[in-house]
Design a binder for this molecule. Structure first.
Ligand code: PLP
Length: 416
């Protein structure tokens, strides 16, 4: 994410101390200190989030929006307060534009089925990019299958930079919707989402931005980006699993039919007619993940207290160091070298398959991810079955990349 103009206020030692906020980082793995470099898969949780979950279950656990007893009131109050925190994180106008979902995947499916599917006719097009996670490919393929629409894919170059001219060219008269990632989970590429949104809007095409790898790494300002929909997952943002959110512009949410039916989303039900609640509750059928939302709220407080501008600057520094260290290692090919890059370093090694690399790293206490990262078309674009991926969080420092490099030297010794 952009760090231009950000004034550093915190030292490397200060960031080193952040580790203490994350109890799991005290663990030893195969007798070695844990070096966690897999936050793009899921982040670790700071103590304040763990304590919030425990406190909620010990003191306030009840269902929301239903009973009038005190516990239910407290649970409802905290759940809705968490919605306000998501609004603040994203710079949305109104908490009613925030729908809690189980994560990014559910948010994208909701938009695909409720907003996009009803408008599609045979021959219409949906535009995505070549660097999407499966969660931002498959839901669109499904609506295409259901309606006869076509998926169009904007290409990327060998550095992993989107071809913006092609993106613009592909926004044609049949394009009905565009969906693209803010930050690539494999390449770390930060897309020019403001420009992409502008281009789409000029063609009267609404957009969804997949923010799963973005919100936790730098300030997102929806007013600035102008997105119609924005999705993210709590578990990648220091919050619990099974919770995430969809931002949707209020007027669009009001047009959308509900996707799933059940309790919580209705005002009244008879066998003749059901009246739905207004958004966002219309889209939250069934008992929601109450503890998850409240835990996510605590994670957002934590992140906002650290200061997202400072987080972005710190992570950018560590990322630059990591890229430097890895580029100097023998037999390492970096995948994803876009000038605008955040939080993720993918690489291939001449000496060994990514799974062997990750196994050896694990013996050194280094948790990195090996695989296709739910982005098989992107792997194919780079002619690889898989990569090894190191991804950052606020608690990572240069020393983590020194340990990673040590592990990779071992890989070269063993397989070289
Ligand atoms: N989009 C991107 C860019 C991701 O990195 C991920 C997860 O890795 C997802 C979507 C899916 O997120 P979730 O599995 O939390 O729904």
């Amino acid at each position: 994410m952009s760090t231009a103009g950000i004034d550093s206020r915190r030292s490397a030692v200060w960031w080193q101390r952040i580790r203490k906020d994350f109890p799991i980082l005290d663990r030893r793995i195969h007798g070695k200190p844990l070096t966690y470099l897999d936050s793009a898969s899921t982040s670790q949780k700071p103590r304040c989030v763990l304590e919030t979950l425990q406190r909620y279950y010990e003191r306030s656990n009840a269902n929301v929006h239903r009973a009038i007893h005190l516990l239910a009131e407290e649970a409802t109050f905290e759940y809705e307060k968490a919605r306000g925190k998501v609004k603040r994180l994203l710079g949305a106008d109104d908490p009613r534009e925030i729908v809690f979902t189980s994560g990014t995947t559910a948010a994208i499916n909701l938009v695909a089925q409720s907003y996009v599917r009803p408008m599609l006719q045979e021959g219409d097009e949906i535009l995505i990019t070549h660097m999407e996670h499966h969660s931002n490919i498959v839901p669109w393929q499904m609506v295409c299958e259901q309606t006869g629409a076509r998926l169009r894919v904007a290409p990327i170059d060998d550095r992993g930079v989107l071809d913006l001219d092609e993106f613009q060219r592909l926004l044609g008269p049949r394009t009905r919707f565009a969906s693209f990632t803010h930050v690539s989970n494999v390449l770390g590429t930060v897309n020019p989402v403001r420009e992409m949104t502008d281009l789409a809007h000029r063609n009267e095409v609404r957009v969804l931005i997949d923010g799963a790898q973005a919100v936790q790494h730098g300030a997102v300002d929806l007013a600035e980006i102008g997105a119609d929909f924005y999705a993210f997952s709590g578990h990648k943002l220091y919050g619990p699993t099974g919770i995430g959110a969809l931002y949707a512009r209020g007027d669009l949410l009001h047009q959308m039919p509900p996707w799933q039916g059940g309790g919580e989303m209705i005002e009244s039900v008879s066998f003749e007619k059901t009246v739905y609640h207004a958004p966002p509750h219309k889209f939250e059928a069934g008992t929601p993940n109450i503890a998850g939302a409240i835990g996510l709220g605590a994670a957002i407080d934590y992140l906002l207290e650290l200061g997202l501008a400072d987080v972005a600057r710190h992570e950018a520094e560590v990322l630059e160091y990591g890229m430097q260290v890895l580029s100097e290692l023998e037999g390492v090919r970096l995948i994803g070298t876009a000038p605008e890059k955040a939080s993720v370093i993918s690489f291939a090694m001449e000496a060994a398959h990514p799974h062997d690399v990750a196994t050896i790293l694990d013996r050194e206490g280094v948790a990195a991810r090996a695989g296709h990262h739910c982005a098989q078309p992107l792997m194919e674009r780079f002619g690889l079955p898989a990569t090894t991926r190191a991804s950052l969080a606020v608690f990572n420092t240069r020393e983590d990349f020194d340990r990673l490099a040590g592990g990779l030297r071992k890989v070269n010794e063993i397989f070289g």
